[in-house]
Design a protein around this ligand. Structure first.
Ligand code: ZN
Ligand code: ZN
Length: 355
């Protein structure tokens, strides 16, 4: 992997003094620290670059080698591992950042599942393909090779500090573990976990709506605990349901609304109207003289809800023709006069007195 220029990463001149470097590093490390940018992959990447640059430029010996060799410079040939970064931070900041809790759980994951309205009406099985971080099986989530660990020289492997401190009694050299990490695990490169693509079956219960949440326990990420810590439980997977818009139905809780455009003739003369239902069609009878805007309720043809099934409301609305052939225009004028429209003729006589 091509390395970026460390001076460029920190945004300093080649002749920057140690104090300036340290100040810049602290500012950038604070800005991009994972504790302050939870779940932000870009910040995490920046943070690692900054830490790697500081690892070299913050050490006078490494820095002079880097200045001589430039891009050819290689220390171990690899960027620092998360544990090395943590050690560097602890040195640079003292107790500014909380240590990652030993029992910190793995992250929860979310997956957005889109279903049709028809699917939402019944319990269905869906297959999801997700990617989660699982504990590396080679190092069992330690990030190194446990068989090659060396006992900590400072505390003789006890993990306890020789000089009792006020707040901490762990050995500062090994952070209370009693041993030093061995070489980084060659499968996970010290990350303690690896991405795994997993296929899951999920049962989506009838009646789900947009915003419904299904929880799949322990299908989130495995934890990546601090070095030597056991880590907490695996995170959960939250499936966020989204019900797609439907061309024929609108939804009001468990009820469905369907708006059906009809002709004036159908309303005036009555008609058998074929209307949609979730599982097909049905026919409703419009009596002669049905007003535009009238709703017909079809009991139990909605979606499953908390108190039983909802209803389907079919609303008929007249569509006013805008382009009529000449003979139809004449026929309409002849047929639809004030005499066939009682309210219209009432209105007309009321208007007459005003003229
Ligand atoms: Zn120790
Ligand atoms: Zn590993």
């Amino acid at each position: 992997m091509a390395r970026r220029d460390y001076y460029e990463v920190l945004g300093v001149k080649k002749n920057a003094g140690p104090d300036e470097l340290k100040k810049v590093f602290r500012t950038l490390a604070l800005k991009y620290h994972p504790d302050r940018n939870e779940g932000n992959a870009e910040a995490e990447q920046r943070f690692r670059e900054v830490a790697e640059a500081w690892d070299v430029l913050g050490d006078p010996e490494k820095r002079s080698r880097y200045d001589r060799l430039g891009p050819l410079y290689t220390d171990s040939g690899r960027p620092p591992s998360p544990d090395q970064v943590n050690d560097m931070l602890r040195e640079a900041f003292g107790g500014l950042f909380r240590r990652r809790r030993a029992d910190a759980p793995g992250e929860d994951l979310t997956y957005t599942l889109t279903v049709t309205l028809e699917e939402a009406a019944q319990t269905i099985d869906r297959t999801l393909v997700i990617q989660r971080q699982v504990r590396c099986v080679r190092c069992v989530g330690t990030g190194d090779h446990p068989e090659n660990r060396t006992s900590c020289a400072s505390c003789g492997g006890s993990g306890k500090s020789a000089t009792r401190r006020v707040f901490r009694t762990e050995c500062p050299a090994c952070d209370g573990k009693g041993y030093k990490p061995a070489a980084r695990c060659d499968r996970c490169n010290g990350e303690k976990r690896l991405p795994l693509e997993e296929t899951l079956r999920v049962k989506v219960p009838a009646g789900v709506a947009t915003g419904s949440k299904l929880r799949l326990r322990q299908k989130g990420n495995d934890p990546a605990p601090a070095y030597g810590a056991a880590g907490g439980p695996t995170g959960d997977l939250y499936v966020l349901v989204q019900v797609s818009e439907h061309a024929l139905f609108k939804r009001r809780g468990p009820d469905l609304l369907a708006e059906v455009p009809v002709t004036l003739a159908e309303l005036a003369l009555g008609a058998d109207l074929v209307v949609p239902t979730l599982d097909g069609t049905t026919t409703i009878r419009l009596p002669p003289g049905t007003p535009s805007g009238k709703s017909f309720r079809l009991n139990g043809r909605g979606l499953p809800g908390e108190s039983g099934k909802g209803d389907l409301h079919v609303r008929v609305e007249v569509e006013t023709p805008t382009e009529l052939p000449a003979d139809a225009r004449l026929a309409l004028l002849a047929a639809l006069t004030a005499s066939t429209h009682p309210r219209r003729s009432e209105y007309q006589s009321a208007m007459k007195v005003r003229r």
